[in-house]
Design a protein around this ligand. Structure first.
Ligand code: BGC
Length: 348
């Protein structure tokens, strides 16, 4: 079968090539790939900046945002042929650490977890893949190909759960939520927060293109420019850019008792303010800055439910480009008007 593979650590090594059929040890359910979405992490892996091949191998099958159709449910009675499923990304570490032991591998303590298409286990950008029943999530068939957006939605469900958990430390009735960055994660964060009825603001640097309208269509407010220029102090910031200055501004601008949840992974940059000044702002207002990565089964279950409640037309506008697997090079390129790029493996 064909798969999109890469040699982690070496830029420019991505290929669409023949590889053996998936090993039965990868899971008893056999799935035909329908689609896989591309995210910044995939691009970083293709650029040689992130990612690990399985032990003893040099290449990794890319892809962690999946959608497939079951060809053979194997021994599982909870799934049947034809079901549409997505695969949970992370697997517990082998020790396991206390969090992995209780099913919270998203909170792994020793860093020895593995992740499909990212860290030491093959991903979903292959014509067929296998999955263990406990890591397969059924999606609402009425979503069709839009169900490929489930994985980024899980990241947001976890992040919002973290915010709510931290919020329990004191009396707290959040009214306004600011999302920084109107990429797929930011837009899904805004959509999910709107489902909860909260006042949502989204800030991004662009002034044109589809993003402002997508935000307004949710009944949320779009802003461009600096977080510091906003005319209000948000109760919650869901930070989806990973850009140092946006993070520092968010910590400065958040209201007293507010929570800044960081979901973007950036690197480097020039600090616009000294760390101690940023920290002082947090101390004097009892603010919490919480990082959030990945998602466990509970978040996947919730995300599947929330995604199914979102407007299909709105969701379809998040996918700005479809590519065939043989055009993987274009799929792994960032183009100015991209929100989400989806690689189509087979007809839905
Ligand atoms: C994925 C997460 C993963 C993280 C770090 C993200 O792109 O969505 O599932 O945990 O990368 O590898």
């Amino acid at each position: 079968m064909k798969a999109i593979t890469v040699e982690p650590g070496k830029p420019g090594t991505a290929r669409y090539e023949d590889i053996p059929e998936p090993d039965v040890r990868e899971g008893s359910i056999l799935v035909e790939a329908v689609a896989a979405a591309v995210c910044g992490t995939d691009i970083e892996i293709a650029e040689g900046k992130y990612g690990w091949a399985p032990p003893g191998q040099t290449r990794l099958v890319l892809g962690h945002e999946s959608l497939g159709r079951i060809i053979d449910p194997g021994v599982s009675v909870s799934f049947k042929k034809g079901d549409l499923v997505a695969g949970i990304v992370r697997r517990p570490d082998p020790v396991p650490c206390p969090n992995c032991a209780v099913g919270e591998s998203d909170m792994c303590r020793n860093g020895r977890y593995t992740e499909r298409g990212i860290k030491e286990i093959h991903g979903f950008m292959s014509e067929r893949w296998r999955i263990e029943p406990e890591y397969a999530i059924k999606v609402d068939p009425s979503l069709g190909i839009l169900a490929v957006l489930l994985e980024p939605a899980t990241v947001i469900i976890k992040a919002l759960e973290q915010v709510l958990a931290v919020g329990q430390r004191s009396f707290w009735e959040p009214k306004t939520l600011l999302v920084t960055g109107a990429g797929p994660i930011g837009l899904l964060a805004a959509a999910v927060a709107r489902l909860a009825g909260i006042e949502v603001h989204v800030l991004d640097r662009v002034e044109t293109g589809p993003k402002p309208e997508l935000v307004r269509a949710l009944g949320a407010t779009y802003h461009s420019g600096s977080v510091l220029d906003l005319g209000f102090e948000p109760d919650v910031v869901v930070e989806c850019t990973g850009v140092g200055s946006v993070i520092a501004d968010s910590i400065q601008k958040i209201g007293a008792g507010g929570i800044v949840c960081l979901t973007g992974v950036g690197a480097g940059g020039i600090a616009s303010r000294a760390v101690a000044d940023v920290a002082a702002a947090a101390v004097l207002k009892n603010n919490v800055v919480v990082g959030s990565v990945n998602a466990n089964r509970r978040h996947w279950y919730k995300a599947a439910e929330r995604l199914a409640r979102l407007d299909r037309k709105w969701l379809s506008r998040l996918i700005t480009r479809y590519e065939k697997p043989e055009n993987f090079k274009q799929a792994l390129e960032r183009k100015p008007d991209d929100i989400k790029v989806v690689i189509e493996f087979s007809e839905i």
